[in-house]
Design a protein around this ligand. Structure first.
Ligand code: NAD
Length: 356
């Protein structure tokens, strides 16, 4: 199969982790007999420096032509004082919006080899395997009116029935292939927005009778995630709640560097690790590439229908972790570099039996 993929490394460790993911994609393509057609684009601070814009038109054009896009990370300290519309993050929000990827899937899985790396007790995190489905193109991050006016600042949280319905359907469809449980998270005791959210998700659930639905307030969910993470299968929630809860859930997995994400709409997919550009370790070959590699595996599965190839990459990741090869965030005493981890995953992948 021909896989037409756009790589947008972005800023900081973005370049290092996407390079690692590309190596693994190449190795998977070799093993399973696929042809990779890779192109590269600018985004974020790197794009501002070269073109003046955090999302050049050329990058968007390439993204529209590709079957899927893999992003590293955006954000750099030198832009931190700029207003939101001039910051690197604007490029990320822009490309997500342009691709109409309204559902962000963030799987959080406790790899057995990493159980000791979680700050929570092993008996609490063991067996955690959940996916947060975050609404990605609406809510507080996009709502109008917004603005800073002297000593008053305004942001608006706004959702329509259609926006809630389509992301809820993604969550129920995902749950159907998993443990068949959806938890919808809102703040319906305070926000009208959440009251509509709860009503629409409940209505959508009638089309999925085999999936059990429960509702949690976002504060209760934040607590349950660290008290009893195994209770969750698929969590569906609006943009800002999902942003915060998924970083909280990241702690369960031992390091934010472990977490992949897939952003899906009705067309092209957009894939990125959950972490940011990590300026504190950028350019030092220290970044954990598993989030990016896991995102590449998700891309093969969701954008190209290559589930077998995705499982092979995840198996290779599991074997590398079990062998103790990991970057400093997980294994400070005997830290491997980003490129050493990538090489180990490629070797595990290549040695993992004959091409099917
Ligand atoms: P961050 O995720 O970049 O870093 C938080 C901490 O986790 C840092 O100590 C960092 O070293 C560590 N870390 C992150 N990824 C790691 C990895 N793969 N391996 C090892 N350690 C890792 O978050 P931050 O420091 O809050 O933000 C830094 C910049 O990134 C900011 O400009 C922010 O706006 C941006 N950001 C971008 C995204 C994105 O591109 N999706 C997400 C979050 C933050």
């Amino acid at each position: 199969m021909r896989l037409n993929i756009l790589i947008v490394p972005g800023d900081g460790i973005g370049a290092e982790v996407t390079a690692a993911a590309v190596e693994v994609l190449q190795s998977a393509a070799r093993r399973f007999g696929h042809e990779l057609l890779l192109s590269e684009g600018l985004i974020g601070g790197a794009a501002i420096q070269k073109t003046g814009s955090p999302l050049p038109a050329e990058t968007l054009e390439k993204a529209m032509k590709a079957g899927a896009t893999l992003l590293g990370a955006v954000g750099a300290p030198e832009f931190d004082s700029l207003p939101p519309e001039k910051r690197p993050e604007k490029g990320l929000l822009g490309i997500r919006k342009a691709l109409q990827v309204y559902a962000n899937l963030r799987p959080v899985k406790m790899w057995p080899a990493l159980i000791g790396s979680s700050p929570l007790k092993s008996e609490i995190v063991a067996g955690t395997d959940l996916v947060i489905v975050r609404e990605l193109t609406g809510g507080l991050y996009y709502g109008q009116p917004r603005g800073l006016d002297g000593d008053r600042a305004t942001n608006t949280m706004s959702y329509t029935r259609g926006e809630i319905e389509r992301v809820a359907r993604k969550a129920f469809e995902l749950a159907r292939g998993r443990r068949k449980r959806v938890t919808s998270v809102d703040k319906s005791n305070v926000l009208e927005n959440s009251q509509l959210w709860r009503k629409v998700v409940s209505e959508v659930s009638r089309d999925y009778p085999e999936v059990e639905l429960d509702h949690l307030l976002v504060d209760t969910c934040a607590m349950q995630l660290v008290l009893n993470p195994r209770r969750f299968d698929v969590i569906v929630t609006e943009n800002m709640f999902g942003d915060i809860l998924s970083d909280e859930a990241a702690v369960l997995a031992g390091s934010i560097g472990m977490l992949p994400s897939a952003s899906l709409g009705d067309g092209r997919g957009f894939y990125e690790p959950v972490h940011g550009s990590a300026p504190d370790i950028a350019g030092r070959n220290k970044a954990n590439p598993f989030g990016a590699i896991g995102s590449a595996a998700a891309m093969l599965e969701y954008s190209f229908g290559l589930a077998k190839e995705a499982r092979a990459i995840e198996d290779a990741m599991g074997r590398v972790l079990a062998s103790g090869i990991a970057t400093a965030d997980l294994n400070p005493a005997r830290a491997a570099t980003t490129s050493e981890v990538a090489k180990a995953v490629c070797e595990a992948l290549a040695g993992a039996g004959a091409a099917a």
